[in-house]
Design a binder for this molecule. Structure first.
Ligand code: GDP
Ligand code: CO
Length: 488
């Protein structure tokens, strides 16, 4: 693989997000060596025009893939489409399928994964989101928030974010170092393959380039697909941006502009192109450290959470200059609550109110408080976070028949993550409220004045007791199946 790189990145504290890299060659050749990321690594070569390129050897790609779990969240997708997705995942990667499908479909998905892994002599894990044993394992290991309160047998909440949490916890049990996410409704196996190769190349780059603390940084790779094709009047139109991405990216860029420390261009109106990136990968350490949000808020919230907590010292210091805030990290010790009423929700699992009224750090519309370190669970992990955005060659052909309601829901959930950020200035927040009021009226979770309910946010997966989690999963889960000898 060969990627173009750019020197431009926007920094908020020690969280940097790069301008979009591009895939130059899907395969950079048999003899390709991994480019040395020598200093200055990201600037174009003298006399060359445009961005630099870096190549990755097969060994470099393999070194990541052999430690990479690819998590596939799946809810009632066509099994023949899932079949293509599985076939696109590189052999060395561990497949973790987390399903929220109806029983019959789940049985077909299990049979598919088993047959495929046996045939291809590779490893795979499959589990159902509603497995009572898995829910019990999360409860007992210290994350009861993910379980529907009072459910008997216990059941994990619906939502893609929740599936990602389960997958991440299973990847940790399987001893992997990286996690990547791939949707189950992708119609083109070749694009899944490209995404996974991009994950490996991007993670290798982010972890090894100068400024990465010699492999000690956190790394994340977010896919900017080349286009999202739609059929219009019988013709395929290769749209460059999705309807939800367009809106969420714009507001995320506005937030970035308000909080950025170092801006290469002085204007970050287009820096973020992957706020909604369903396809992304990261070091397991980072996945264990981040707070996952529910449903489709999960991807935008990753950026918000990284800025709020991992870059917090810088951002909050700035806010505090005006407010004479006092340092109080007491909130970090136990900021979570198992009291479900403290969390608002969009998912259909429960009937939580659209806007929560409790004082939990996870439910109070946080930006209604003055920006301060009070109640902000700043991560104790101060490693640099390097976020790459990489544009693929393949278009993203996926199931486009999920309807208008689906798009509105995605927008509402993404915008709510931005709206409730502790970092959003009041003026921008008001503008966003007006936008939501005008454009998303009547959408579930949106109040009449345009205020979106706060997304449900979970404690970091890494805060769980994994010895307990492993014992419970192995002892109690009935739907969990491991295929291939060394998978777990
Ligand atoms: P979009 O592609 O961003 O419009 O979102 P999709 O509706 O395609 O969802 C992305 C992926 O998440 C798909 O593979 C879905 O099947 C999957 N998904 C959505 N909701 C859930 C859920 O509640 N649980 C699980 N396990 N997967 C889900
Ligand atoms: Co989709």
């Amino acid at each position: 693989m060969r990627l173009s790189t750019t020197s431009s990145s926007a920094a908020v504290g020690n969280v940097s997000i790069h301008e979009t890299f591009r895939v130059i060659e899907l395969d950079a050749g048999y003899s390709s060596k991994t480019s040395k990321y020598i200093s200055p690594p990201l600037t174009p070569r003298p006399n060359s025009r445009g961005p630099s390129t870096v190549s990755f050897s097969h060994e470099s790609i393999h070194s990541i893939e052999s430690q990479l779990a690819i998590i596939v969240p799946c809810k009632n997708e066509d099994v023949s489409i899932l079949d293509g997705v599985l076939h696109g995942i590189p052999h060395e990667c561990l497949i973790i399928l987390v399903s929220n499908s109806e029983p019959q479909k789940y049985a077909a998905e299990c049979a598919l994964l088993t047959a495929y892994c046996q045939n291809a002599q590779r490893e795979g894990i499959v589990a159902h989101q509603h497995d009572a044993g898995v829910a019990q394992a999360f409860s007992d290991a210290g994350m009861p928030e993910i379980v529907v309160p009072g459910s008997m047998p216990p059941r994990i909440r619906n939502g893609k974010g929740e599936a990602m949490i389960i997958g991440t916890a299973l990847a940790k049990l399987a001893g992997k170092q990286y996690v990547g996410f791939v949707d189950a409704d992708n119609l083109v196996a070749g694009s899944v393959h490209e995404y996974c190769k991009v994950y490996a190349a991007g993670l290798h780059y982010a972890l090894n380039c100068p400024g990465s603390d010699e492999g000690d940084s956190h790394a994340m790779v977010r896919i900017k697909w080349n286009s999202k094709p739609k059929v219009r009047n019988g013709e395929i139109v290769f749209e460059k941006s999705g309807r939800s991405s367009r809106v969420v990216n714009e507001w995320m860029n506005r937030l970035l502009n308000a909080i950025v420390d170092v801006s290469p261009t002085g204007d970050n109106t287009t820096t973020i192109r992957t706020a909604n990136a369903g396809e992304h990968a990261m070091s397991l350490d980072l996945a264990l450290n981040l707070h996952f949000a529910t449903g489709y808020a999960v991807e935008p919230y990753q950026l918000i959470d990284a800025w709020e907590r991992m870059a917090a010292s810088s951002v909050i210091d700035k806010s505090c200059d005006d407010l004479s805030c006092e340092l109080d990290l007491s909130g970090f010790e136990s900021p979570y609550t198992a009291d479900d009423s403290s969390m608002s929700a969009y998912d259909s699992d429960d009937l939580s109110p659209a806007v929560s009224t409790s004082n939990s750090a996870y439910s109070t519309p946080v930006s209604s408080r003055p920006p301060s370190r009070n109640n902000i669970p700043i991560s104790p992990d101060s490693r640099a976070v390097r976020i790459l955005q990489i544009e693929t060659r393949n278009p993203h052909f996926h199931d486009t028949g999920k309807g208008e309601e689906h798009i509105s829901k995605m927008q509402a959930e993404g915008l709510s993550a931005i709206f409730h950020s502790r970092l959003i200035p009041d003026k921008l927040k008001d503008e966003l409220r007006q936008y939501i009021k005008a454009n998303l009226p009547g959408v579930s979770g949106i109040a009449d004045d345009g205020t979106p309910s706060a997304p449900r946010v979970y404690p970091p997966v890494g805060a769980m007791d994994f010895a307990v989690f492993e014992a419970r999963v192995k002892g109690l889960a009935t739907t969990l199946k491991v295929v291939g000898e060394d998978a777990a």
